[in-house]
Design a binder for this molecule. Structure first.
Ligand code: 1CP
Length: 365
C-alpha cells in the first residue's frame, strides 16, 4: 500500500541532510549552515510568541509554542538545521535550584550551591518526568519539521552548568566556582559527575524523542587553565560522549562539542571521540583544520558581530572562512557564538544565502 509505505519511510527520509552529512564528513553539494541562538529576540515574531507565553520558561514548557519559535527562523532563512528551543539551565532547574529570570539580568537561581551536603542531596532528574516538557517539545518539533531538516538537541556541559549553579547566575570572574575547584575539589567533582550522568540521560532521551544530532555547549570552559580545563570540564564531556547513544533508528547521531575560547585545546577535544568541534571566532579555521586533520568535522566560526556589517562585508567574511576551511566536506558553517539580539534579520539572511552560494565551488572536484 503506497500511502502506508510513505508514512513508514517518512521519519527516516530527510529532504535536506547536508548538516548531518557534513558532520560525518560525507560529500555535500554545498556547505550547510545554521546559527547559534537562531530562535530569539532579534526576530520580532519571537518577541510576539514570547509575550503570548508570558515568561521565558513558560515558553520552554509549552510544546506548541516552543515548536513555533523553533520553526520561525526556518521560515525566514534557508537554514540546514533546526535547534530545539529550550535552555541549558533546564537541568539545574529540574534538580530543584529554582531558576528564574530577572528582567534584563539573565538567569538566576534561588538556591545556589555552596556545600558538599547540598550537592550530595541533589537527585539526578528523570528526563521523561521533571524534564518531560523538553521531550514533548522535541517530539512536537520533529513532527512539525516533517523531514525538512534535521533537529539538533542540546545540553550544557557539566562545568558550564556548575558555574550557574554555584555562582547563582551569570558571572564574569567565576570566583565562587573556582574557590570550590581549588579549595574543595571533592565537592565540585561530585557535582560535575552528577551533572555528567544527568546530561547523558537527558541527551539520550532527546535522541529517543527525535533529536538527530546533539550538541554540548561549554560556554565557560575557556575561563580555566589548560590543566584545569581537562580536569574540570573536558573529562566530564568525555564521559558524556562515551555514554551517548551514537546510533538511533539505523542512523548515526553525531555529537558536537563547543568550548568557547577552547581553540588551544582542539586536539584534546577531538580525542573524546566526538564527531565535530564547534569553534568560536578567535581561531583561524584553516589552523583548526590542520590541527584536527580528518579526525572530526568543524563547526563555525564567523564573529557574530560581523552581522552588523554591510552585505558585501558579510559575504567577503563568509568567503574568507570557506576558503580557510578549504575543499571537501566536514564543515558546518555557523557563527562563533550566539547571534546578537539587535542584529537586523535581513543580515542573517545575507549570511545564510552567502554560505550556500559561495560554498558550491569547494565541493566540486
Ligand atoms: O527571551 C528571553 O528573554 C530569553 C533569552 C534566552 C533564549 C532565547 C535564554 C535565557 N535562553 C534562550 C534560548 C537558548 N539558550 C537556546 C535556544 C535555541 C537556539 O539556539 O535558537 C540555546 C541553544 C541556549 C543555550 C544557552 N543558554 C547557553 C549556551 C550557548 C551560549 O549561548 O553560550 C547558555 C550559556 C545559556 C544560559 C542563558 N539562558 C538565557 C540567557 C540570556 C543565557 C545566557 C546568560 C549568560 O550570558 O550568562
Amino acid at each position: 500500500h503506497k500511502d502506508r509505505d510513505t508514512l513508514m519511510e517518512a521519519p527516516m527520509q530527510l529532504k535536506n541532510d547536508r548538516y548531518l552529512r557534513a558532520l560525518m564528513r560525507q560529500p555535500v553539494d554545498c556547505t550547510p549552515v545554521w546559527m547559534m541562538r537562531q530562535a530569539g529576540r532579534y526576530l520580532p515574531e519571537y518577541k510576539a510568541t514570547r509575550a503570548q507565553a508570558g515568561d521565558f520558561m513558560s515558553l520552554c514548557k509549552n510544546a506548541e509554542l516552543a515548536c513555533e519559535v523553533t520553526l520561525q527562523p526556518l521560515r525566514r532563512f534557508k537554514l540546514d538545521a533546526a535547534i530545539l528551543f529550550s535552555d541549558i539551565l533546564t537541568i539545574p532547574d529540574a534538580m530543584g535550584l529554582g531558576l528564574y529570570f530577572e528582567a534584563g539580568e539573565g538567569p538566576k537561581f534561588e538556591s545556589p550551591l555552596s556545600s558538599y551536603a547540598q550537592i550530595d542531596a541533589l537527585a539526578i532528574p528523570d528526563p521523561e518526568d521533571e524534564l518531560g516538557y523538553v521531550m514533548n517539545a522535541v517530539r512536537t518539533i520533529r513532527k512539525n519539521l516533517n523531514g525538512e531538516v534535521p533537529l539538533i538537541g542540546f545540553s550544557g556541559s557539566p562545568w558550564t552548568l556548575a558555574t550557574y549553579m554555584i555562582e547563582g547566575g551569570s558571572s564574569k570572574a567565576f570566583t565562587k566556582i573556582k574557590k570550590m575547584a581549588f579549595a574543595d575539589p571533592r565537592s565540585l567533582h561530585l557535582l560535575l559527575d552528577k551533572l555528567a550522568d544527568s546530561v547523558i540521560l537527558y541527551l539520550n532521551a532527546q535522541i529517543k524523542a527525535g533529536a538527530q544530532s546533539v550538541m554540548v555547549f561549554d560556554t565557560w570552559g575557556g575561563v580555566l587553565s589548560p590543566r584545569d580545563y581537562k580536569l574540570f570540564s573536558l573529562q566530564y564531556m568525555h564521559k558524556i560522549v562515551d555514554g551517548l547513544i551514537r546510533e538511533h533508528d539505523g542512523q548515526r547521531v553525531p555529537v558536537t562539542l563547543f568550548t568557547k575560547n577552547g581553540g588551544m585545546w582542539l586536539e584534546s577535544i577531538a580525542e573524546t571521540g566526538c564527531d565535530a568541534i564547534g569553534l568560536d571566532w578567535t581561531i583561524d579555521i584553516a589552523d583548526a583544520r590542520r590541527r584536527v586533520g580528518d579526525k572530526v568535522a568543524l563547526q563555525g566560526n564567523m564573529d557574530p558581530s560581523m552581522l552588523y556589517a554591510q552585505p558585501e562585508r558579510i559575504e567577503q567574511e563568509v568567503e574568507l572562512i570557506l576558503d580557510g576551511y578549504g575543499k571537501g566536506s566536514g564543515h558546518v558553517f555557523n557563527l562563533g557564538h550566539g547571534i546578537h539580539l539587535d542584529v537586523p534579520p535581513e543580515n542573517a539572511g545575507v549570511f545564510v544565502d552567502a554560505v550556500h552560494k559561495l560554498s558550491v565551488k569547494y565541493h566540486q572536484d
